[in-house]
Structures are given as structure tokens and as C-alpha cells.
Design a protein around this ligand. Sequence first.
Ligand SMILES: NC(=O)c1ccc[n+]([C@@H]2O[C@H](COP(=O)([O-])OP(=O)(O)OC[C@H]3O[C@@H](n4cnc5c(N)ncnc54)[C@H](OP(=O)(O)O)[C@@H]3O)[C@@H](O)[C@H]2O)c1
Length: 311
Amino acid sequence: MTPERIVFSSTLSPEAESYLREQFPSSHELRVRTARGVTDDDLAWATGICVNNIPADKIRAQDNIGWLHVPAVGIDPFLSLRETRPDLHITRHGPFNARAVAEHGLGLLLALRREIPAMVEAKPRRIWARDPIFKRHPPLVAGSQIHVLGFGPVAQTVITLLAAVGAEITVYRRSAEGNHPGVKHFRALHDLATHIGGADALISVLPGHPEIKHRINATVLDSMQPSSVLVNLGRSDVLDHEALVAALTADRLAGAALDVFDQEPLPPESPLWSAPNLIISPHVGGQFRGNLHRGIDIFLGEFEQWLAQRG
Ligand SMILES: NC(=O)c1ccc[n+]([C@@H]2O[C@H](COP(=O)([O-])OP(=O)(O)OC[C@H]3O[C@@H](n4cnc5c(N)ncnc54)[C@H](OP(=O)(O)O)[C@@H]3O)[C@@H](O)[C@H]2O)c1
């Protein structure tokens, strides 16, 4: 069998890199690169590549690459390759970290509701920060109306957790249909502005897609109750950040938490840094203990399947 030449690109701890090197079949060749360390020479050398952040065009141009593994939930940056390189075998980590994202989302929601950021901020100043919670008089999550955008694997895990704490859940997707024991209503996404006024919290778990860019816009935010909060766990371009800053600044929304941004890391000049009642979570929702080993195991499993297909 001709050895395959695989480039694995992701920023790994030394321990995770040792694990990868130990588990990788010795009859094939492996180059390990950092998340941004893939060179043109690597691309010209590889028959397979695990990568998340190089332009799709660069892979399209390399006929030598027969397998692309994307170490992420979705293959969003490489969708165009499905049509332009139909011969390319594309795999992905998939929603292996859905539970971590869901727990992170629940944590952000509870932090907003229980005014945790105000307590953290007050502590170094030795302030007994009762006012924020006394002023807001937050609703319990149990029994509150939570509107979830999206019904993919991550959203469904979010719904399961929210239902477990007693929230009443409305889901928005392309059409107003679906089945889930934790969901009270299914709504069509294009009706969002009509129904969002009934929400105590809006949680977006939508992917990035031109059709739904800025679906959460000034009209939607203006239709929300001033006591409601917003959490974005999916992709950033679903939300119009300028409109969010305006709503938070005018106190038309009680708070928000974002785990995803148009530009990451969020640049220091972004107006989001100074928006009131906004938690900036630096895209860490999917992280959990053991995730790197789990990701490597998925990558190796996909490698084995690709080898079997190649015969
Ligand atoms: N924060 C983090 O660290 C983190 C970690 C993991 C994942 N994520 C992100 O979470 C998002 C959701 O992931 P997922 O795997 O659960 O779901 P997904 O498969 O990415 O998305 C499924 C949902 O998106 C809707 N959708 C897709 N294209 C659409 C379009 N053109 N117009 C309207 N709706 C559309 C689908 O609608 P239908 O229900 O009608 O089919 C479905 O509800 C992804 O963007 C993923 O990258 C973030």
C-alpha cells in the first residue's frame, strides 16, 4: 500500500500531540502543524489534510489532496468544495462538543439572569452588589419563555438542558414543524419578529448562511421585551451587532452574551467591549476536558474509513 501523507493542523498541547503521534498508523506519514502553520509546501505534499482555517481555494487547487477533514462541527468555510471538487472526500468532527456548548449557553443565560457579572465586577471594589438583582427582579428560568433559533444537534442539546430546568421552549426553523418532548411551539424563522415579543430569552444556535445574515436585526431586537436577554452560541453573522449595541445602550434589552464574533479575537476597537450588560465569551463554548483526545479519535476514525474506501 502506498503510504498516505497527512497534514494535521490544529493547536495541540504537547500531550495531545504525543497522543496523536502514538495513535497514527505508522505505515503512513504525518506532519503536525499549528492551527495557522500550514505551508504551501505542506499543501503540495499532502494526500489528506485536517484543517479549519485556510481558504477553500487553496485546497481546490491541489489535486494531490483527496481527503479534507474539518476539525469543527460544520464544514461552513469549505461548502463550495462540494460542488467544485466532488472527488474530494470531506469529513468533520461533527457535533461532538454539543453538550459543552449547551452547558456554556445555560451558564451564560443563568449568569445574565442572576446578575453574576455585576458581582464579579463589584468584588475588587469591595461593594455589596445587591442592587442589580433587586432592581431587575429577574424571572426564574423555570417557567420562562425561551425562544431558540435553530434545531440542529447543538440546538437540540441546548433544548434538552433548558427543558430540564423547566423552561418553556419555542423553536424557530425554516418551517414551523418538528417534534421534541421539550418543545412547546415550532415557528418559522421568517416569523421571528412577530413572535419574539413573547420571549424572556432568545438563544441563537443558527449556522452562518447568507440567507439568514442579520436575521436578529433592529426590528427583532425592538420587538423583544426590555426585560429579556439574548445569547448567541451559533454563528455571529446571524446577529446585527450594531443593532445589539444600540439596544443594550438604550436599555431596550436587559443583557446579552456572545460566544461568537464577526472577527475573532474581537478587536480592541470594537464597540461591543463597551456595550452595557454584555458578556463577551471568547468562543470557548465547545471546550471541555478530553475534547482534544475525542477530536483526534474522530479524525483517526475518519482516516481509517477513507483508507478503506480508497481500497
Ligand atoms: N460556540 C461554539 O463554540 C460552537 C460549538 C459548536 C457549534 N457551534 C455552531 O453552532 C451552529 C449550529 O450547529 P448545529 O450542528 O447544531 O446545527 P447546524 O447543522 O449547523 O444547523 C442546523 C440548523 O440551521 C438551520 N439552517 C440551516 N441553513 C439555514 C438557512 N439557510 N436558513 C434558515 N435556517 C437554516 C436549520 O434549519 P432546519 O431546522 O429548518 O433544517 C437547522 O435548524 C453552527 O454554526 C456551529 O458552527 C458553535
